[in-house]
Design a protein around this ligand. Structure first.
Ligand SMILES: N=C(N)NCCCC(=O)O
Ligand SMILES: [Zn+2]
Ligand SMILES: [Zn+2]
Length: 317
């Protein structure tokens, strides 16, 4: 970090939090600082979806819903924006008509952040985007451990013969050798599958599964202990599909499944990951057109805040 202390968010006791530009948590834009430790980056993209479209509007909705976030995280005992220079880097412009070129662009952009020494928390977009983000993470760190919070496996092979979709990123990532196969886990999985084979193939790729029901039965502490042990001190990428939450907690998403986790459970599990070597994270599948009273956008903004807070713990104070 530079000698100066980080530039923090706009002070909500001086400027009403409902006024002004909607950057994440009212943080400075990337062009307003010399260098950034952590960037929140919007990825408005939903060309990879199999059902309801609309995740392209996720970044804007998440930023709007983040105006009420405050600078101190009592659960982690950290002031992330004082400990690290956190910025909003705006949106990455991806070609909505060409999924291959969008994936390439995002990988290039992610590698530019990495080269600048900035870790990313991407917000919005459909789950397709995890693939180029994992490519960039693996290019920097080698194969990474992955915690994948999602109702879905997203290790399916193809849809309509197409390999790059929001249901297939982790199959491609595995084939490309981006993942440390000894440290992979889905969390919150539930809902109908195409067949038992889905689970067999997923297991063959090395994934463990903590289902939504497992979280209920085992509780948060046990779940965290199991995940922590699996990850160890490996470089860790965290991917959060907001549909991991029950539709009651996150109606604003493209492929909702009943029987999901509460936002309290998800946030508590994330907080339990403090101390791990997190190299990057995403919050995907927020589709505001199906949201009500910003329920999903608020949950997603809190998840992003927790991820930023976890990343800030890795910046020396
Ligand atoms: N990644 C998300 N949200 N959904 C994947 C669902 C794929 C399917 O339609 O079977
Ligand atoms: Zn997903
Ligand atoms: Zn999902």
């Amino acid at each position: 970090m530079s000698e100066q202390s980080p530039i923090g968010p706009v002070d909500s006791s001086q400027v009403p939090r409902f006024a002004g530009f909607a950057t994440f948590a009212r943080l400075p834009r990337i062009d307003e600082v010399e260098r950034a430790d952590i960037a929140v980056v919007g990825v408005p993209f939903d060309t990879g979806v199999s059902y309801r479209p609309g995740a392209r509007f996720g970044p804007a909705a998440l930023r709007e819903a983040s105006r009420l976030l405050r600078p101190y995280h009592p659960g982690l005992d950290v002031s992330p924006f004082a400990r690290a220079q956190v910025v909003d880097a705006g949106d990455i412009a991806l070609n909505p008509f060409h999924i291959g070129s969008a994936i390439e662009t995002l990988q290039d952009e992610a590698q530019r952040f990495a080269a600048a020494g900035t870790r990313m928390v991407t917000v919005g977009g459909d789950h397709t985007i995890a693939l180029p983000l994992l490519r960039a993470a693996a290019a920097q760190h080698g194969p990474v451990a992955l915690l994948h919070f999602d109702a879905h496996l997203d290790t399916w092979d193809t849809y309509f013969g197409e390999p790059y979709t929001h249901g297939t990123p982790f199959r491609r990532a595995s084939e490309e050798g981006l993942l440390d196969t000894s440290a992979l886990c889905h969390v919150g999985t539930r809902g109908p599958l195409y067949g038992k084979r889905d689970l067999d193939e997923d297991r063959r790729l090395g994934f463990g599964i903590v289902t939504s029901g497992d979280v209920l039965r085992r509780g948060v502490a046990d779940t965290v202990a199991a995940l922590s042990e699996r990850i160890g001190d490996r470089p860790l990428y965290i991917s959060v599909d907001i549909d991991v939450l029950d539709p009651a907690h996150a109606p604003g998403t493209g492929t909702p499944e009943a029987g999901g986790m509460t936002s309290r459970e998800l946030l508590e599990i994330l907080r339990g990951l403090a101390g791990h070597r997190i190299v990057g994270a995403d919050v995907v599948e927020l589709a505001p057109a199906y949201d009500h009273a910003e329920i999903t956008a608020i949950a997603a903004s809190h998840v992003a805040y927790d991820l930023v807070s976890l990343l800030s713990l890795g910046v020396s104070a």
